[in-house]
Write a protein that binds this ligand. Structure first.
Ligand code: PLP
Length: 393
């Protein structure tokens, strides 16, 4: 399946399996070959067959870029060595003196990149609650004449706050800024930021897109071809590109994205229900719960509520650490978005880089990446761990 017209007629699952993916014209292979060549023969000086040197382009990467761009409804897709390498390319479009508005509860690595890498290079930043709680007013208050970029993460990591992409995009565009949405938690199956008005989608492909905890990768999907060309320049000039095997693994993961996400959503919803009813838990963050402040926006802009859940233990950090070490089906580990369930303590693990800043997370917070195992096993495992924490308090 090659042509965009043909692709547009097909459903998400069909496109995830076929767009950009053969069969290979020379051998008939039904999956794209992993092309390890670093350089490509040229027919004459300046005449090549689409590929010259593998940092600039590689057939396996091209297959991934074509497929994921299509799934995000993008004019251009660009694969990177990691989510942060993809984010870094976006920030390179700014000039010293420019200002970024970004989420008050952004992923810690995003905050570190904006604050510690791009801050000293002259990029200003303001963390803003753009979620249902803070809304557009927060965005307006933080706006500076130099604001060029609005960074949205929805649902956010680790607080699962939900931002109205269409409303933020309309406001930012009316003031001439570019809107970036980190779609890592939702994936293109659950949420289509470009259709809602965003300019750039960023992914940590390490998470749901890869889906099996065996590859680190990043991705940008861009609505406008000129902006796509600028970002492609940085992809090649800086060189934070993924290897062919990594591209293949992400592409293989994407084939099953839709069915995995359906199960992630169903399991996470059951887990959120259990947490909401357990006395050891004082607060549950899951956009599928009616009690979630962003629930209505999530219903409007998402097909499902995703596989990530976080919650606060009533008895604070000691209880949170007890839960984190007591589960057995949920593995205590960083990262998220794969078939196996993971549990972590953001304050000491994934979000340790936010310590002492406005983004610091509650030490009583636990984050779950709910996998696709048998749901009863997940509920039993968590209930046992919560009961232990409850006995501590
Ligand atoms: N965005 C979000 C929401 C993330 O959770 C992560 C990593 O956890 C990243 C971006 C960074 O991606 P990577 O670890 O692939 O560089």
């Amino acid at each position: 399946m090659k042509g965009p017209g043909e692709a547009a007629r097909a459903g998400f699952e069909t496109r995830a399996i076929h767009v950009g993916q053969g069969p290979d014209p020379t051998t008939g292979a039904v999956v794209p070959p992993v092309s390890f060549a670093t350089t490509f023969a040229q027919d004459a000086v300046g005449h090549h067959r689409g590929y010259e040197y593998a940092r600039s382009g590689n057939p396996t990467r091209a297959a991934l870029e074509e497929c994921l761009a299509d799934l995000e409804g993008a004019a251009r897709g660009l694969a990177f060595a990691s989510g942060l390498a993809a984010e870094d390319a976006v920030l390179r479009t700014l000039r010293p003196g420019d200002h970024v508005i970004f989420p008050h509860d952004a992923y810690g690595g995003t905050f570190r990149l904006i604050d510690k890498v791009w801050g000293p290079a002259g990029i200003g930043h303001t963390p803003v609650d753009m979620s249902a709680t803070g809304g557009i007013d927060g965005l307006r208050r933080a706006w500076l004449d130099s604001t060029r970029l609005v960074w949205v993460e929805t649902p956010s990591n680790p607080l699962l706050s939900v931002v109205d992409i269409a409303a933020v995009s309309a406001e930012a565009h009316s003031r001439g800024a570019v809107v970036v949405v980190d779609n890592t938690f939702a994936t293109p199956y659950l949420q289509q930021p470009l259709e809602l008005g965003a300019d750039i989608v960023v992914h940590s492909a390490t998470k749901y897109l890869g889906g099996h905890s065996d590859v680190v990768g990043g991705f940008l999907a861009v609505a406008d071809t000129d902006l796509g060309d600028r970002l492609a320049f940085f992809q090649n000039a800086v060189g934070g590109v993924p290897g062919p095997m990594d591209c293949y693994l992400v592409l293989r993961g994407v084939k099953t994205l839709a069915i995995r996400m359906d199960r992630h959503c169903a399991n996470a919803s059951a887990v959120a229900g259990l947490l909401e009813s357990h006395p050891a838990v004082s607060r549950v963050h899951y956009p599928g719960l009616r009690s979630h402040p962003g629930h209505d926006v999530a219903v409007r802009q998402m097909r499902g509520f995703g596989g990530m859940v976080s919650f606060v233990l009533a008895a604070g950090e000691r209880a949170a650490l007890e839960v984190a070490r007591s589960t057995s089906v949920f593995t205590l580990a960083e990262s998220l978005g794969a078939v196996e369930s993971l549990i972590e303590h953001p304050h000491r693990m994934t979000h340790a880089s936010t310590a002492g800043s406005a983004l610091q997370v509650d030490p009583g917070l636990i984050r779950l990446s709910v996998g696709i195992e048998t749901v009863g096993d997940l509920l039993d495992d968590l209930e046992r761990a919560l009961d232990r924490a409850q006995r501590l308090s």
